[in-house]
Design a protein around this ligand. Structure first.
Ligand code: FAD
Length: 476
């Protein structure tokens, strides 16, 4: 019995559900990753995520080779490549882990159908979350749409089902992996038509994940109190690794439970964030329409700003030229590194939707193109939260003031100064709102507003009134 393990967003060899099941039930197991041309075609040649995936695959292949095995890498339409390769290898089954994005679900259905027609099968497993769609339900058997009761039910279910975080061993059956053919090598990034990004490469692969995790564990006890301050390096930066599965979420939860049980509230808070991730994946699974529509249907009637002025404001937001330093610094971080701190994702999303009155869908697409950790469920959930259109979202009448947020979460302007060096010499609180600075202070900093840094493109108080009216109109 031959089988094929199709790696997608699970680029590791240990604690891997599909690989585990394939190894246990087959005599010979092949491993493959497909660079899907349907996804790659629309990406810039220096896309950071392609580089991250490529580096992670090089490591995955090296690990498989240390077991005498190897990774097949193909390029093409994933569905075609998998069906073709299964035939070439005469694989009875293809094994993969569940993916919850609507496009991936449709692709997997098509692959299943085509494999079935050829007398083969596709077997898929839960791997990227602890609990999925039907696992955590209300007492009445329905789906949750509010986070806190979902989280409580999630924790209760874990306590009742500790096996949900048991590791899926793979090493004991490694001898069943197909041996590497002579001359095997992976295509280079350039052979795939990509080039390295100018930004420093993120620590990729299983070793990159381990390195970030080890470093974060030194700081995790301060996570609860420090996680909201973007100038501090207080979060894990593991999102891109969770996105591509270079580490096992079960492994993380095993580790956290042990700590949280010992009263460590940093670990408990961090576990909550991992539960948010599963909450949004569950929401996307149960309500795939949220991809393009508001979770709360009434909000689809919102009249967002459109036309040339809105387009110009959107461009200023994307490029970090709004005149609000915290917003612009955050966009600079995103544009230059592909990462943005969580607090700033909330601030910039709120600014686009509530200060500029532009639809969350446009911001969501921009983040999707830029974020290394872009993940449909969390990105959509985060945007709908900030726009107040989502489940358990920020109420629409609570509107972040970008200057107040700046004073609270970047009190001495350290983050702003790092990303907007043209403002670095501004002293005191002027860093949060340069247009309010005294002329002498601007002169001391050598700063001319409108030349070195923009004046605000919108007045927050007026924008706030417009947003209240925009949402208020829905009640009529
Ligand atoms: P940590 O603080 O170390 O958190 C640990 C992990 O928990 C993260 O890696 C992530 O997997 C998960 N997590 C943390 N916060 C959230 C959250 N609010 N929702 C869901 N999962 C969470 N996260 C993504 O992974 N991909 C996205 O595309 C994405 N888009 C977002 C868009 C907006 C508008 C907002 C407000 C949030 C978005 N998030 C997204 C959630 C969050 O901002 C990032 O997960 C986090 O900033 C990643 O940094 P970290 O790994 O250091 O997080």
């Amino acid at each position: 019995r031959n089988s094929l393990v199709w790696f997608r967003r699970d680029l590791r060899v240990e604690d891997h559900a599909a690989l585990h099941h394939a190894l246990r039930s087959s005599d010979r197991v092949h491993c493959v990753f497909v660079f899907d041309t349907e996804i790659l075609t629309g990406l810039p040649r220096d896309d950071r995520r392609v580089q991250f995936i490529h580096a992670s695959l090089v490591e995955l292949d090296a690990r498989l080779r240390s077991w005498g095995a190897y990774l097949i890498v193909r390029e093409g339409r994933a569905a075609d490549e998998i069906v073709r390769l299964a035939a070439e290898l005469d694989a009875e089954s293809v094994f993969a882990n569940h993916d919850y994005e609507p496009a991936a679900i449709a692709r997997d259905r098509a692959v299943q159908q085509r494999l079935r027609e050829a007398g083969r099968s596709l077997q898929t497993f839960k791997d990227q979350v602890i609990f999925e769609k039907e696992d955590v339900l209300t007492q009445a058997g329905g789906a949750f749409s509010v986070f806190t009761p979902y989280k409580n039910a999630w924790l209760k279910r874990l306590a009742a089902h500790p096996e949900a975080i048991e590791a899926y061993d793979t090493a004991p059956w490694a001898d069943k992996l197909a041996p590497a053919p002579a001359g095997h090598r992976l295509p280079t990034l350039e052979e795939l038509g990509f080039v390295p990004n100018a930004a420093p490469i993120l620590p990729a692969g299983m070793s990159g994940a381990r390195q970030l995790l080890d470093s974060f564990l030194q700081r995790i006890d301060d996570y609860r109190t420090q996680r909201d301050f973007p100038a501090l390096d207080s979060t894990s930066r593991l999102s891109v690794h969770l996105r591509f599965g270079t580490l096992s979420v079960r492994g993380l939860v095993r580790l956290l439970r042990a700590r949280a049980d010992h009263g460590k509230d940093g670990a408990a808070t961090w576990l909550s964030e991992l539960i948010w991730r599963e909450f949004y994946m569950m929401i996307l699974q149960r309500h795939p329409r949220v991809q393009t529509q508001s979770f709360k249907a009434a909000f689809d009637r919102l009249q967002w700003e459109e036309g040339p002025e809105a387009d110009a404001a959107f461009a200023a937001w994307c490029e970090g030229r709004t005149g609000y330093p915290l917003v612009d610094a955050a966009m600079a971080q995103l544009n230059r590194t592909g990462f943005m701190h969580n607090r700033l994702r909330m601030v910039t999303a709120s600014f686009l939707t509530k200060d500029l009155g532009i639809s969350w869908l446009r911001g969501e697409r921009y983040f999707a193109a830029q974020l290394n950790d872009y993940e449909l469920a969390s990105n959509n959930g985060g945007w709908q939260w900030a726009a107040s259109t989502g489940c358990d979202a920020q109420p629409w009448f609570r509107i972040f003031n970008p200057v107040t947020q700046s004073k609270r979460f970047d009190p001495d302007g350290a983050f702003i100064r790092r990303w907007l060096p043209q403002l670095a010499a501004l002293e005191g609180t002027a860093i949060h709102a340069p247009w309010l600075a005294k002329p002498a202070a601007l002169e001391r900093a050598g700063l001319v507003l409108g030349r070195d840094y923009p004046l605000p493109i919108v007045d927050h108080e007026q924008a706030r009134e417009r947003t209240l009216a925009r949402f208020g109109a829905l009640r009529e």
